[in-house]
Design a protein around this ligand. Structure first.
Ligand code: NAD
Ligand code: DAU
Length: 333
């Protein structure tokens, strides 16, 4: 029996990862430690509420006594907990520094004192910064350009230092942009899909030609599990979807699929410090025998269908504090 401590498991990727683990493995226990910030939603895992293998703990990864206590039970830690939205990090970086850097440090310190089998730090392709041509390999220089990506870089390198200095069995994954069910509707794809469904404008930053590499969330979860089973300790693994698209291409795809007019496109002021292009070289994972399994268009269609079938999930989110946040964003532009 393996016990996983998954942090940030009430968010988008964390909840998908817990579902992936519980569906794939019978003999696992999962403890989900999540602070339930605006982005955390325990309903994302309501299908496992009665599963004796799953336990939810509301708490902060910066809470040392709580983390120490949970670490005693854990064999494997997967650290997803983070403030994750670049735009919010530009407006107020404080929580990014606290959670993404200090929180990771608290977890690593607890792991250092306990005999855990694995500590997987979920990093991001944004740590490399922007690249005009070619793709980043794992050994490239890190040049993060937003408070979010700089915080994630801090955690990424602190995790590495705990492997080198203290022998904590760390692995680090750097994934590209995820999409899929339970994605908080402040990020490009869920925002544009839900706005289009509601005939609201789709706010395109700048010229809409920034490029992101998109991966279906289940492939990210599969990649993390693959790294755990087949990767080396102390290594970094790029996880990409091999689907580089401009934001305009994503916008056009969504509008076409939902049969909505081009007039919903609204050009707005650019994001400050907006990275032009992210691109990963994933040869290291390919050489180990891993590749994403999902076709981009099929996964996009499945995702759009999920938002069409689950309006109660996102409509509840897109009210109250969310609307206040967006009003403030637009006033700033
Ligand atoms: P998310 O914002 O949807 O979820 C983050 C979760 O962390 C939420 O449930 C939130 O309540 C929780 N959390 C925040 N602060 C916490 C704290 N102090 N203690 C405990 N829990 C806390 O984010 P996501 O998109 O699911 O991303 C998850 C992780 O994956 C992040 O580390 C992010 O950097 C990384 N990542 C995301 C992507 C992507 O495309 N979304 C790509 C690569 C890497
Ligand atoms: O690359 C991995 C990263 O992807 C993760 O580490 C982050 O946690 C995650 O939020 C995501 O960051 P991005 O900034 O790439 O994602 P976002 O969905 O915010 O934006 C994607 C692109 O779309 C980016 O070029 C900005 C643009 N955009 C975004 C929004 C929300 C718009 O044009 N309009 C919008 O309203």
């Amino acid at each position: 029996m393996t016990t996983y401590l998954v942090t940030g498991g009430a968010g988008f990727i964390g909840s998908n990862h817990i579902r992936y683990l519980l569906n794939k493995y019978k003999d696992v226990k999962v403890i989900n430690l999540d602070k339930l910030t605006y982005a955390g939603n325990p309903e994302n895992l309501s299908d496992f509420a009665d599963d004796s293998r799953y336990r939810f703990v509301k708490g902060d990864i910066c809470d040392e006594p709580l983390v120490n206590q949970l670490m005693e039970e854990a064999d494997v830690v997967v650290n997803f907990a983070a403030e994750s939205h670049v735009d919010r990090s530009i407006g107020s970086p404080d929580d990014f520094i606290k959670t993404d850097i200090f929180g990771a440090f608290v977890l690593l310190e607890a792991a250092r004192r306990t005999h855990i089998d694995r500590f997987i730090q979920i990093s991001t392709d944004e740590v490399y910064g922007s690249i005009d041509k070619g793709s980043f390999v794992e050994t490239d220089t890190l040049m993060p350009s937003s408070p979010y990506s700089a915080s994630k870089t801090g955690a990424d390198r602190i995790a590495f230092s705990y492997f080198v200095t203290y022998g904590v069995p760390v692995q680090i994954t750097r994934c590209s942009n995820n999409f899929g069910p339970f994605h908080y509707p402040e990020k490009l794809i869920p925002l544009f899909v839900t706005n289009a469904i509601e005939d609201k404008p789709l706010p395109i930053y700048g010229d809409g030609l920034n490029v992101r590499d998109w991966i279906y969330v289940e492939d990210h979860c599969d990649g993390i599990d693959f790294v755990h089973r087949h990767g080396e300790l102390g290594e970094v693994y790029n996880l990409g979807g091999d689907n580089e698209k401009t934001n305009m291409e994503i916008t056009d795809y969504i509008l076409k699929k939902l049969e909505k007019p081009e007039t919903l496109k609204q050009y707005v002021k650019d994001r400050p410090g907006h990275d032009r292009r992210y691109s990963l070289n994933c040869e290291r994972m390919h050489a180990l025998g891993w590749k994403p399994k999902h076709d981009f268009e099929q996964a996009m269609d499945k995702t759009i269908q999920w938002y069409l079938e689950n309006p109660e999930w996102w409509q509840k989110i897109k009210s109250g504090e969310y609307l206040e946040y967006y009003k403030e964003q637009y006033e700033k532009r």
